[in-house]
Design a protein around this ligand. Sequence first.
Ligand SMILES: Cc1ncc(COP(=O)(O)O)c(C=O)c1O
Length: 384
Amino acid sequence: MTIPGFTSTGSKRPEAMFGSETGGPQKMTRSEGCRLWDAEGNEFTDMIMSLGAVALGYAYPEVLAAVYEAVRAGTVGSLPPVLEQQVAEDLTQVIPNVESVRFFKSGAEAVAAAVRIARVYTGRDRVVTCGYHGWLDWCQNEAGVPRCVRDLRTEVPFNDLDALSRAVEQETPPAAIVLEPIIDGPPDRGWLQSGRDLADSCGAVLVFDEIKTAFRVALGGATELYGVTPDLVVVGKALGNGFPIAAVCGPLGVMDAATRTWISSTLATEHAGLAAARAVLNVFRREDVLGHLRSTGGRLMQGLERLAADHPDVIVGVFGVPQMCYPRCVSPESAARFAVEAAKRGVLFKPAGYNFVSLAHSDEVVDHVLEVLSTAADQTEALC
Ligand SMILES: Cc1ncc(COP(=O)(O)O)c(C=O)c1O
């Protein structure tokens, strides 16, 4: 093995899906629509959609055409591209309260930039967080992260208003309250609103990390859906439909702090990600992608709930929202077995992490997936 820890994307490691069970596919070569092909040429219906990075379907022709054109136009140069300004303007149209945008290549970078902006804006260091915000030091307790960095962060559970108030109202007020607005289920609107109220009362910057939720639960993510407006919104994943792009978006008054620190990356403005984003936003404007994700995801989630009721020895419950949901298994072993049994029957499905429908998932595809999952659950019951 030449890649230490194989692979560079941790959540795509075969053991992240299949545990120590054998029999699941290991590596892929190609993807299209809602299908992918493994190194042996086997075809799978993909319910994970590259960890939610793709909402239109893989290799969506219009997005590919825009990217080919951008690549032919040189991909990069030594001046800021016109496209950067155009995509920034597009984002101001679709995300509430946005006047200014900074682009990045990954979600982790974009959320880290939002926190840096909040620290400059407030002159404070501490942050309160809820959810996953990427692998960078500011939000991790992993090996290699200095104690002094970890000590600057207080993490709170989802939808827990008291915990959020306690974490914010400590002696040292926070620079930022960074919330993933949907985790395991919809948020209580009161919890989101309390994030807004607490930030206002202590002068912190409220950040919604909408990396998974923007262009999925609504064009403007949970910010639009629940009508609570943060100071900064961070977007990524579905915006590029598989091409690398993420962004921090907000009003000029807060975003201006980005000019009083150093936030910059050589390839942040390369053409391919920007061109993909522009094409993606055009498709969302023209077609009812959001309605499709809601109804197809709803069909999947209802089917999973029936599956859970029929297989209580395998599945303890179904979590998330229709557009991103998962069944929780009784143990890591049964989750791994369930995933392998589904994969053996041609379906890539996560029993312990979000599954995401796309525009390429029809009702027929979802019904077929549910049939396969039912057989996989029967097998898991028999074997675990
Ligand atoms: C809510 C959220 N924030 C940030 C990230 C990090 O994004 P990336 O993996 O593109 O760095 C993720 C990735 O899954 C995420 O779900």
